[in-house]
Design a binder for this molecule. Structure first.
Ligand SMILES: NC(=O)C1=CN([C@@H]2O[C@H](COP(=O)(O)OP(=O)(O)OC[C@H]3O[C@@H](n4cnc5c(N)ncnc54)[C@H](O)[C@@H]3O)[C@@H](O)[C@H]2O)C=CC1
Ligand SMILES: O=C(O)CCC(=O)C(=O)O
Length: 526
């Protein structure tokens, strides 16, 4: 039974879902890094929010880990390249807390417009400073949206409902989507001087880091009010402090900081500055949503192989997972066969799906072929990290679909460019379930690739099979199945034998010396 660790404070419904699905779940929020490293090796899944930092050190200790599930959107607390390299799927819940976070941005906008936190402090201090607090209306004002994805779009809808004019900067926002949202698509240069309020809703990337830099803050309209409920690091905090002090920026509300938890900041105490401790997603509704969603996604993955909302792997729906599973087994065997038979130096690989296979999502099949291929070099390779490793090694991977059926109702063919020219192997599913090799380097064979096997290429000649049988018999190796194929009578022939025990090296050397033998290789399949 897969084991899952919940290492951040999460709504109890996450643990309930894991238990209902039959998984073993342990809730241990607030572990130190060292404590997490000490126990993570026991777990197949790790469910987190933003407090747990899943870096290389944690991943190196996570010898059984298959999936990290983020109950939320931002995954900047997970080292995704390191997780991919270790073959760990990283999932998030991209929609569960969007409304809540958008509402927090709107709440902060109103708090800024009417100076609510300071008015509250003053009133509760018994001052009744009615003349001190003069706010601004939002109606008719221009809201500058930086990032118009899930949350930005919801903010835009709400702001339009408040009778604001919304202008949006997002390089990936299409003109059509902008029209549907009722926002004006602008450049950042246009947005900065026009907006009365600016709200940020992008991830933190190399392009968005310091998007409100000192230089850009200077381009904003005097009296602008700024809201950041996305990620610390989008604003130059020192420059913001100066802009607030000078009065150029009338107000700023930050839910997120460069350093979190932000226990101290030069911004604290600055007039016009409001902060919340990364509360954007903190409503009971959002936390229930993301907890249930992450637990369901992780359980589906661990129990059925379904992949939803993964950041480092293609999606596989729960409906497709059972259909894909035998194909992935076939693909992995074909990849492994190619990998074991390659003389090294593979530069190009073509993965073709024909007939029924062509109707399926090809990415998982490709991942499985590459995993089988590269597991020959490293046993830590799996479907998640294989495509990344292939890219790293400069392997040119192509996918081709043929809707037509050939001799088989379904077929997966793997072709590689080798020093000796293109070589291809192909397999089908018998009874839609059982992987079978049906073609090996242009020669028709029919073999189950399983356990220890022996591969021999020879010149077809009488008596050859007898000599192989005798040599294996002398070595005490029992033959399970025997598959023979040849290009033409007397031409090149291929023998593929399943054997009960691996063939000893001395016997392989002996077989290689038999007359007519071109190649002998011991193979191993899971
Ligand atoms: N404060 C909190 O508690 C929460 C914060 N967040 C954060 O909110 C942010 C937005 O989340 P979503 O809307 O769900 O993400 P999303 O991925 O749906 O939208 C992000 C948008 O930013 C745009 N973008 C990317 N690079 C850009 C650039 N250089 N300039 C302008 N726009 C750019 C993208 O095209 C996309 O439309 C994320 O950073 C997320 O981590 C999300 C939930 C809660
Ligand atoms: O889990 C949280 O409270 C933070 C949410 C967040 O920042 C996110 O989903 O990106």
């Amino acid at each position: 039974m897969p084991k899952v660790l919940i290492s951040d404070k999460m709504d109890p419904r996450a643990a309930a879902v894991f238990k209902e699905r039959g998984l073993e779940v342990h809730e241990k929020p607030g572990l130190s890094k060292e404590e997490l490293i000490a126990i993570i090796g026991d777990y197949d899944g790790l469910a987190i929010r933003s407090a747990t930092k899943v870096g290389r050190d944690i991943l190196n200790a996570a010898t059984n880990l298959k999936v990290v599930g983020r109950a939320g959107i931002g995954v900047d607390n997970v080292d995704i390249p390191a997780a991919s390299a270790k073959g760990v799927v990283v999932m998030n819940t991209p929609f569960g807390n969007s409304i809540t976070t958008a509402e927090h941005a709107i709440a902060l906008m109103f708090a800024l417009a009417r100076d609510i936190p300071e008015a509250d402090r003053s009133t509760q201090a018994g001052k009744w400073e009615k003349n001190r607090f003069m706010g601004v209306e939002v109606t008719g004002k221009t809201l500058g949206l930086v990032g118009a994805g899930n949350i930005g779009s919801i903010v835009a809808e709400r702001a339009i409902g408040l009778r604001m004019k919304v202008i949006a900067y997002d390089p990936f926002l299409s003109a059509e989507r902008a029209r549907d949202l009722g926002v004006e698509k602008v450049t950042l240069e246009e947005l900065l001087p026009r907006a009365d309020f600016i709200t940020l809703h992008t991830p933190l990337t190399d392009q968005t880091r310091n998007i409100l830099s000192r230089e850009n803050l200077a381009k904003t309209k005097k009296g602008v009010r700024i809201i950041n409920c996305a990620r610390g690091g989008l604003i130059d905090e020192a420059a913001l402090k100066d802009a607030l002090d000078s009065g150029h920026v009338a107000g700023a509300a930050l839910d997120v900081f460069v350093e979190e938890p932000a226990k101290e900041s030069p911004l604290f105490g600055t007039p016009g500055f409001i902060s919340t401790p990364h509360l954007g997603a903190s409503t009971s509704e959002a936390q229930v949503n993301v907890a249930i969603q992450v637990a369901e996604q992780m359980s589906d993955f661990l129990l059925t192989g379904a992949v939803v909302n993964a950041l480092n792997m293609p999606s596989v729906s729960a409906e497709d997972a059972p259909r894909l599973r035998p194909y992935m087994a076939l693909a992995e065997k074909l990849g492994s066969l190619v990998g074991q038979l390659a003389h090294g130096g593979l530069t190009k690989i073509n993965i073709e799906a024909e007939g029924a296979a062509a109707e399926l999502n090809q990415k998982p099949i490709t991942g499985a072929v590459l995993a089988g291929l590269m597991r020959v070099y490293s046993d830590t390779v799996n479907m998640v990290n294989a495509p990344f490793l292939a890219k790293e090694r400069g392997l040119d991977v192509r996918e081709v679909r043929h809707d037509r059926e050939g001799d088989y109702h379904t077929l997966v063919r793997v072709s590689v460019a080798t020093e000796d020219g293109e070589r291809s192997v192909a397999g089908t599913l018998f009874g839609d379930q059982n992987p079978r090799l049906v073609e090996l380097f242009g020669i028709k064979v029919e073999a189950d690739l399983a356990g220890p096997m022996l591969y021999v290429v020879n010149e077809d000649a009488p008596g050859f099979i007898g000599r192989i049988g005798t040599a294996l018999g002398d070595a005490g190796v029992n033959i399970g199945t025997f598959h023979l194929g040849r290009r033409a009578a007397g031409g090149e022939a291929v023998l593929l034998l399943s054997v009960d025990t691996p063939v000893p090296q001395t016997t392989l050397d002996q077989l290689a010396k038999l007359p007519g033998v071109k190649r002998v290789k011991a193979l191993q399949f899971d």
